[in-house]
Design a binder for this molecule. Sequence first.
Ligand SMILES: Nc1ncnc2c1ncn2[C@@H]1O[C@H](COP(=O)(O)OP(=O)(O)O)[C@@H](O)[C@H]1O
Ligand SMILES: [Mg+2]
Ligand SMILES: [Zn+2]
Length: 374
Amino acid sequence: MALAIYRKYRPATFDDVIGQETTVRILREAARRDTLAHAYLFAGPRGTGKTTTARLVAKIANCERRGTDAAFRATGEPCNACRLCREIDEGRSLDVVEIDAASNRGIDEIRNLKENVRLAPIAARAKVFIIDEAHQLTPPAWNALLKTLEEPPASVYFVLATTEADRIPATIVSRTQQCYFRYIGLEALTSKLSRIAEREGIVIEHEALDLIAAAAEGSFRDAESLLDQLATGGTPLTVRDVEAAIGKVGFETLARFIDRLVARDLPAALQDLAAIQDGGFNLAQFTKDIIIYLRRMLVIKHAPALATVLARELVPEHLARIAAHAAHRGSAPTVLLRALIVAYGQMRYSQFPLVILEVALVESLSSPLTASSS
Ligand SMILES: Nc1ncnc2c1ncn2[C@@H]1O[C@H](COP(=O)(O)OP(=O)(O)O)[C@@H](O)[C@H]1O
Ligand SMILES: [Mg+2]
Ligand SMILES: [Zn+2]
C-alpha cells in the first residue's frame, strides 16, 4: 500500500526541513558539538515540523556515527543508514517513546515514563521521550515530569511539542530550551507540493496547487494531506477539483469577483454571486475571502511597506493582482469592508445568506463614490 504522502515526504535530515532555519541551526550545532539539551520545547502551529524535528533529535542523540564519523561532526546530520537511525525512522525503536498527550492526557504515560526514565536504554544510546500536544498534560502529569526534568539521567532526552506554548507551566518551560516553529510561507508550500507532485506523477494545474497551498494556511501537513486526498483519481487535477474539495473558491474566481467590485459593476457582481451559490460554495467563507482580499488592498494602498509581509502569504502574481486592484481609481475598500463585515456577522446565523450578501453589495456599490470612501 502506498504511504500517505505526508509520511513518505517527512524530512529525514535537517537539510530537508524547510522554513525553520533558526531551530535547525541550533540543533545541528548541538549535534556537532555533542551538546544536546536534555529537554526541548518545540512550539508552533500544526504541520510546521515539530514532530519531524523531534525525531531528528532522537536520531542525532542515537546515531551510531555520532562518536566517530567526520561527516556527522561536520554536518550534525543523522546518517540515516545505521541500525539506530533506521529503527527510529521506521518507528521501531523501543528507546524512542512518543506520547500523545491529547489522547489520554498523559497520566498513565507519565507514570510509566517515570519508571522508564530510570531504566537504561534497551538497545540505543539514549532514550528520547517525545511528548506531543504537551499542553494537554494534567497537573499531576506535569508534576511527575517536573521531577524528572529537574534531574534528568544522562542518557535521557525530552522533546515537548505544542501548538499552545502559553499553556505550558512556566516551571517546565524554564527547564527546556525553546525552539519556535514558524508558519510556512506560500512559496515554500507550493514548491514542496510541486516537487511531490512531480515525483508521484500527479498532474496538477499551477493554480490548483496554489489553492491547495493557500487552503493549508501555513501547514505542510494540511497541504500534503489535501494533495494526497485529491490525487487518488489518476486524472489531472484542476482548480475546480480543489475548489470542490475545500468548498472555497480559488484566487482566480475571487479576483474576477473583485474586478466587478472595483468596476462597480453591480449586475455582473450579482451574476457571479449567483453562479458561486449554484456551485455549492459556502457563502460565508466566500465573504470572508472577499474581506481578506479587500483588507490586503487596503494595506497595500495605505501602507505599501507592509507588502513585504503580504509577500510571505501570497505568491507574487497574486500580490501583483491585488496591488493592481488597490491602485484602481474606483476601488473603495473601506465602504465595502464595513458592509461585508456586518453581512458576514449576520450570514452565519441566517437562513438567507445569499440575500444578505446581495443587499450588502447593492447598498455599497450603488451608493455614490465619495472622496472619503477610499
Ligand atoms: N518544516 C518542514 N519542512 C518540510 N516538510 C514539513 C515541515 N514541517 C512539516 N512537514 C511535512 O508535514 C508533515 C507533518 O509534519 P509534523 O512534523 O508532524 O508537523 P507538526 O508536528 O508540527 O504538526 C511531515 O511529515 C512533512 O511531510
Ligand atoms: Mg506533531
Ligand atoms: Zn545513524
